[in-house]
Design a binder for this molecule. Structure first.
Ligand code: FAD
Length: 555
């Protein structure tokens, strides 16, 4: 088996790393209060790989031999664990299905090509044998973008890009870097940093997702306010299609339309296998700082972020949590004294807030990030400080921002911890115009609460605004409830659907940065209209008439 790093088959991240609550004393009472779950509850025994009923590979000896002839015997793997790792992504549904031994269609073989030429030969062999081919990056998607259709009778090949990880070239004048699509975030960033560059793309899944996966799902990183979403960062690419390679050179801009580059962005493997991406890179900034602020209400924070987005300031991060998410953040602090704002701020500041008459449990935590030379950073901070002050906010300082920056890649481990104890936690996010954000926030939280009541649970929903644009921003909702193994997926569907429908009903898109997959496909027509879906179907049918390339995703 090739030396490609994969996540645990049953959850997030690598073996040996998991979430602990003992060093966060305020978390246990907080979780008890919001979803009636005692974190001290021992975890349920976890399903072992040996407990799974893994169907035997269904692939003809001829196709298997053809693949081995291309990639070599060590890089065409049909061992159980590898096939299971490549069956699903990391959505809560994926994890529940895996742990619940729900394995209707496991890939028959996982291939690890070494270069674009081998990718082309694998794609062509798959088409010739009428097999299904599913590109695999880090396997971190949460939109159901990887699993083969349940009733797929043809052979299923998972094509893992894990051996295509090199920074190929940097055009130092243009800041355009050519990078192979299978590079994971840390590896890619290390290769760029060694030459003084950064991509500036840092999704929460950074450690376990790949450049090709980011492009194929239209990903967004937390510094997108400065660097753009992956759709902005991607200036060119190469994609293997049946019988040929699509070549889009790295260009600053072009009027060649409709944009083929945009068609590939978010295509989730339905058009081919992206082997290489030309990305805009930036010199590593001299300074990088994230400051924490507090607002008396979410509405005040949203209004401030809107004003910042149209001001002369150009921060790298703009983020404001609602009161619920603020309480959650405080509760995860080590040695925190409580879950109210008093657990976070100094006694002096606490008194200031009291004097201002703030409702301390309605306080909203905000982060704004600044990058660049010292003068630039100083000027940005001053502009933002003024705007935040005009909206009633106050500066907390560097401490909370540094903490957020340090723990952001650890947060995903909480989901597995809760799952082990009979609770589901998941996210849904959208983007909408500034004018719609506050009504949308109210609409979505009300819809989630109604859904909790409908399924008879004490649920929790919290939200933050992030990724600001001139016209609007992303709202990111996290929800959780204890299911005690009582129809967990059916109940999850009620809540998830209510939230998604509330997005559409309030002028939001089905997802700001997680893609469509199968999870969000039911809202596609409402998102882009029937005519939009027809255009997409025409595109996919034209490129892939036999539905061999990751069928069933998006449309
Ligand atoms: P995979 O999951 O392997 O694949 C995703 C889709 O892309 C599949 O359809 C696959 O076939 C296709 N694909 C992958 N590689 C290629 C290729 N080379 N050519 C063609 N098709 C390909 N997303 C964000 O944008 N921002 C976040 O902050 C963020 N945070 C997350 C946090 C957690 C805890 C989790 C679980 C997910 C998060 N995600 C986030 C979602 C996920 O990380 C992204 O969707 C990511 O872009 C997927 O990349 P991947 O390499 O893991 O792709």
């Amino acid at each position: 088996m090739p030396a490609v790093q994969h996540m645990k088959w049953y959850g997030w991240g690598v073996e040996g790393v998991s979430f602990h609550h003992e060093d966060k004393p305020a978390l246990r009472p907080f979780v008890q209060e919001i979803i009636d779950l005692d974190l001290a509850t021992p975890p349920k025994p976890r399903t072992q790989l040996s407990d799974l009923d893994i169907p035997a590979p269904r692939i003809s000896p001829e196709l298997h031999a053809a693949l081995v002839a291309v990639v070599g015997v060590d890089n065409a793997v049909d061992e159980d664990e590898d096939r299971i790792v490549h069956t699903y992504g990391k959505s809560i549904r994926d994890l529940m299905r895996l742990r619940g031994n729900d394995l209707p269609r496991v890939p028959d073989v996982v291939v690890y090509p070494a270069d674009e030429d081998e990718v082309q030969q694998v794609v062509d062999a798959a088409i010739a044998a009428d097999a299904v081919l599913i590109p695999f990056g880090g396997g971190s998607n949460i939109a159901g973008s990887l699993q083969a259709p349940e009733d797929e009778t043809r052979p299923v090949i998972s094509l893992d890009l894990g051996r295509l990880t090199k920074l190929l070239d940097v055009d130092e004048e243009a800041g355009l870097a050519r990078i192979q699509a299978g590079a994971l975030g840390p590896d890619l960033e290390a290769q760029l940093n060694a030459r003084g560059w950064t991509l500036g793309h840092f999704p929460d899944s950074f450690t376990h997702s790949t450049l090709g996966g980011w492009v194929a799902t239209r990903s967004s990183g937390m510094q997108s306010d400065k660097y753009g979403d992956i759709a902005d960062i991607t200036r060119g690419l190469r994609m293997v299609m049946p019988g040929r390679v699509l070549v889009l050179r790295g260009l600053p801009s072009t009027s060649t339309g409709p944009s083929v580059r945009e068609m590939v962005l978010g295509s989730e493997g339905r058009l081919g296998v992206i082997t290489e991406v030309t990305v805009q890179v930036h010199r590593i900034p001299e300074e990088r700082v994230i400051l924490g602020y507090l607002f008396p209400s979410f509405e005040a924070g949203v209004a401030a972020m809107q004003e910042i987005s149209t001001s002369d300031a150009s921060p790298s991060v703009t983020r404001v949590s609602d009161a619920g998410e603020t309480r959650f953040s405080f509760s995860t602090r080590k040695k925190s004294k409580g879950v109210s704002v008093s657990g976070l701020v100094s006694k002096g500041l606490f008194k200031v807030l009291e004097r201002r008459g703030w409702d301390l449990d309605a306080v909203c935590l905000s982060f704004v990030g600044y990058e660049g030379g010292p003068d630039h950073v100083r000027r940005q901070k001053a502009i933002v400080k003024k705007i935040i002050g005009q909206h009633g906010g106050i500066l907390l300082g560097k401490g909370p921002g540094e903490l957020y920056d340090q723990k952001k890649f650890d947060t995903p481990y909480i989901r597995d911890f809760l799952l082990d104890r009979g609770a589901a936690a998941d996210v849904s996010e959208t983007a909408a115009p500034w004018s719609q954000l506050v009504p949308m926030y109210e609409n979505v939280t009300a819809a989630a609460r109604k859904a909790f009541a409908q399924i008879g649970v004490q649920g929790w929903v919290m939200c933050h605004l992030s990724h600001s644009y001139h016209s609007g921003a992303c709202l990111y909702f996290t929800f959780a409830f204890r299911h005690d193994d009582q129809e967990p997926l059916a109940r999850y569907d009620v809540v998830k659907s209510a939230i998604q429908q509330a997005f559409i009903d309030t002028h939001g898109t089905l997802s700001h940065h997680h893609g469509v997959g199968t999870e969000h496909a039911p809202w596609l027509e409402q998102d882009i209209s029937p005519a939009g879906v027809q255009i997409m179907e025409g595109l996919f049918a034209g490129v892939d008439p036999g539905r061999n390339l990751n069928p069933g995703k998006i449309t």
